[in-house]
Ligand binder design. Structure first.
Ligand code: ADP
Ligand code: ZN
Ligand code: ZN
Length: 798
């Protein structure tokens, strides 16, 4: 008797252990670990992942049988199955969530009906349509209605293209029709059709006459006014022949230009040699590649990837955000062409699915992507790269709350390959590990061509504001004018966090707040609404104060929209581009802005954090930071690190080519060490200063940390629950552990739920894991009473 071990889609602690189901005889030959199946569970049917198959001799007949297969081949490979179980343990999450996280978005649904209807799935659910071929003749009469509707669904979501061939079959009749050489019956037939369906038929006929040897897509024909019913008719008459084509979506906006490896400088060469050696020796060594902005880290990545490929291995490269991907992906494709697959959130789910398939079937050898690409089903990995390793987007905020670095190290150990963590401003964690010798430090201390780092000046906005109330200081305005006169480019960074426009009554001080959250509403000019960035609540902008009925209700602070207006007013001839969440929502919008600015079709690029990182524009010689302090205002132990990183990153955008660069930082805290040290871009000094502060405050990397967050609809209930947990932890942990809280979260109420948290700091607590597991099991029971507990192992902030 064959038995399958299955992780069922019921998120509880118990179901982290696999359940056993018997495999019915007709499925024995088809079923493999990593496939999804439907199984009976209680009185319903649910989806589960097969994680193992065993021979059970002592079968006692009590096991329920698997109902049916969801997949025809495994969607999770053996490596990722192992990883999921480790990840669940590591992040205190459910194994089912980990397995789901590994699949591309479009494949994550629970319901089999939906799965089949699922856009990107049609083709692979129904291999009988294509029988493994990419292209087949399409003869409607051959198919039953069910298959026809699958084909239709496939067409709708872009899996299948239907093409009409206007060649052989059609021509004889058509030529005859037009030459008047038809016999009476044929003439009659053409007349009949033309009468019935005159416009479309005539259009089709003339098209066949004009372009007799052409193949058209249905969509092309539709745009010429030839409908599918006309085509169906013509098809039945044998005028045209239809073909079905498997369509692989191409997420790349443009073809790759070819590029050749550059001659490395000595520092780059030393880094590449060390990495190559580890790849060849199959060592799961972690390297920290520390290189100032513009020092040529990307070239080191590219040549190391080439080395891995030359040894028959594959490579995985992670970048923090999609903003970075157009430029980086362009560079990678310029070396490795169609072997490159890309995975990021701005792709459609169909594109992601197709790219995922190219990876899963081994067609793609190099994967570039954001955080979730760490789960790409790439096999035989020879190198894993994490660019901008310090970036906060590498930590997932929701379940499973994983740190990508840890997953990268796990996969490196499994695949026997090195990991390269690259950054101009490494996280303190990584740098501290490099100092201890756990990671090997590789450094690129100079910019390529020894171009000096840009000159940075700090403007004290307290003094500026006393003179005039404007967002741009006199110095920044003057500097912009100088650069505009020289026909050079400018980047302006407005860190929106905590600095967006909000409404306030000048008479009574009233500020509209979200009814569901403890936060003021943000003004959105394009939609003429006040929005809550936490729960999505929107309301119209009031023209009189609801509290005192004054008409003097107006805007404070500034968002990127207002900045754009101001800049355009100040510099009416300058061409200005804005990049923020609002201007980049549409697919391809990022690329379009980057292309335009890169081609110098604009003079000023202004935007939020999005523009701070990674971008490489040689004509940019001035970077202005409008509000350097916004991160500092957050009560978070990492706020200095974030500020230093951001300022260093954005400064690195200036003066990258032969012209020297300038940076102007506006701040209300000119004496803060993070800002002073960003002026000299002195990472070493920042590291030393910050490490002392972390040491004294007992923060990471000196201490490990765990954050427990509880939320419920009642503040009292949340507080008393968290005190219960506090007491439990005090009993379970040693007196060396530091347990802080419970304290309300910075924004205590979100969507009418009250959030409180407990922080544990520790160096060594052998009982911690068991205690936290216990809290989770207990919280499962309490969830029914409306209280939820989340555990975040090594949280990014608190
Ligand atoms: P980083 O990733 O460290 O910010 P990049 O890899 O983007 O730096 O390099 C900065 C610029 O220098 C790029 O335009 C790149 O093409 C160029 N570059 C890098 N390495 C070399 C080299 N060895 N010789 C010449 N130019 C190089
Ligand atoms: Zn008022
Ligand atoms: Zn809200």
């Amino acid at each position: 008797m064959q038995v399958a071990q299955i992780i069922v889609d019921v998120p509880t602690r118990q179901t982290n252990n696999a359940y056993s189901y018997s495999i019915p005889d007709h499925l024995v030959d088809q079923i493999e670990p990593g496939m999804r199946v439907q199984v009976p569970f209680g009185n319903r049917k649910i989806t589960g992942f097969v994680v193992g198959i065993s021979d059970e001799s002592s079968y006692d007949g009590k096991l329920k049988p698997i109902a049916s297969l969801v997949d025809l081949s495994p969607v999770i490979n053996p490596e990722l199955l192992d990883l999921a179980s480790w990840l669940a343990d590591q992040t205190y999450s459910f194994q089912i969530s980990c397995l789901q996280t590994m699949l591309p978005g479009g494949m994550r649904t629970k319901n089999k009906k939906k799965l089949i209807a699922q856009n990107s799935q049609v083709i692979d659910q129904f291999p009988e349509i294509f029988h493994g071929q990419q292209e087949i003749d399409y003869n409607r009469q051959q198919y039953d209605n069910a298959t026809l509707s699958k084909i239709l669904a496939g067409q709708k979501n872009g899996d299948i293209q239907v093409e009409y061939d206007l060649t052989n079959h059609a021509r004889p009749i058509m030529l005859k029709a037009y030459q008047g050489n038809l016999n009476a019956k044929q003439v009659d037939e053409v007349r009949q059709t033309v009468r019935k369906n005159a416009v479309g038929q005539l259009k089709l006929l003339s098209l066949i006459k004009q372009q007799p040897d052409t193949v058209f897509l249905v969509s092309d024909l539709a745009s010429k006014g030839i409908t599918s019913s006309t085509l169906k008719n013509a098809e039945a008459k044998g005028w045209v022949v239809a073909k079905l084509k498997r369509h692989i979506r191409n997420p790349f906006m443009r073809p790759a230009k070819k590029s050749q490896p550059l001659q490395l400088n000595a520092d780059q060469q030393a880094a590449v040699s060390s990495i190559d050696e580890a790849i060849a020796a199959q060592k799961d060594q972690v390297f920290l590649l520390e290189g100032v902005t513009g020092s040529g880290k990307t070239e080191v990545y590219l040549q190391s990837i080439a080395h891995a490929l030359s040894l028959g291995r594959t490579a995985l490269m992670l970048v923090p955000e999609i903003t970075l991907t157009p430029q980086i992906v362009g560079r990678i494709r310029s070396r490795f062409g169609d072997q490159v697959a890309m995975l990021h959130s701005a792709m459609s789910s169909g594109e992601r699915y197709d790219e995922w398939q190219r990876i899963n079937t081994g067609k793609a050898k190099v994967v570039v992507g954001v955080r979730s690409a760490i789960f790409a089903p790439l096999q035989n990995i020879g190198l894993i790269i994490m660019d901008e390793e310090h970036d906060s987007s590498y930590k997932q905020a929701d379940n499973p709350r994983y740190q990508t670095r840890d997953v990268a190290k796990w996969r490196a150990a499994y695949n026997h390959c090195p990991v390269v963590l690259g950054s101009a401003t490494p996280s303190l964690e990584s740098r501290a590990r490099a100092m201890k010798g756990v990671y090997e430090l590789l450094s690129l201390p100079h910019r390529i061509n020894r171009q000096a780092l840009p000159h940075v000046s700090i403007i004290d906005m307290k003094i500026e504001m006393a003179k005039h109330h404007e967002a741009l200081s006199t110095q920044l305005k003057d500097a912009i004018q100088v650069r505009l006169d020289k026909h050079e480019q400018i980047i302006l960074l407005l860190n929106r966090r905590g600095y967006s426009a909000f409404l306030m009554c000048r008479d009574c001080g009233y500020v509209p707040r979200c009814p569901n959250c403890d936060i003021s509403l943000t003004m959105h000019k394009d939609t003429h609404t006040l929005n809550c960035h936490y729960c999505g609540h929107t309301e119209p902008i009031p023209t009189v104060c609801p509290q005192c009925h004054s008409k003097r209700i107006g805007f404070y602070g500034m968002g990127s929209q207002q900045l754009e207006e101001q800049v355009k007013n100040l510099f009416p001839t300058a061409r200005v581009l804005r990049m923020d969440v609002d201007t980049t929502r549409k697919k391809g919008a990022h690329e379009a802005i980057i292309d335009q600015f890169g081609a110098h079709k604009a003079d000023i690029l202004l935007g939020t954090q999005m523009i701070a990182k990674g971008l490489d524009f040689p004509e940019v010689t001035l970077v202005g930071v409008l509000n350097a302090d916004s991160a500092l205002q957050f009560p978070d132990f990492r706020s200095s690190e974030r500020t230093f990183e951001l300022l260093t990153q954005v400064s690195g955008r200036s003066g990258r080519a032969d012209k020297s660069g300038e940076v102007i930082i506006q701040t209300f805290n000119p004496d803060h060490y993070a800002i002073r040290l960003a002026k000299t871009q002195d990472y070493e000094k920042f590291y030393a200063t910050e490490m002392r502060i972390r040491h004294d405050g007992k923060y990471p990397p000196y201490y490990f940390t765990v954050k427990l967050t509880g939320n419920s609809a009642s503040e009292n209930q949340t507080v008393s629950e968290m005190f219960g947990i506090l007491n439990f932890l005090k009993k379970q942990l040693s007196s060396n552990a530091i347990i802080l809280g419970p304290t309300p979260k910075v924004i205590t109420r979100i969507n009418n739920q009250y959030y409180y948290q407990i922080i544990i700091k520790y160096r060594k607590e052998p009982n911690l894991k068991a205690a936290l597991d216990d809290i989770l099991v207990q919280s499962q029971k309490k969830q029914r009473r409306g209280i939820q507990i989340a555990i975040d192992n090594e949280p990014l902030d608190f």
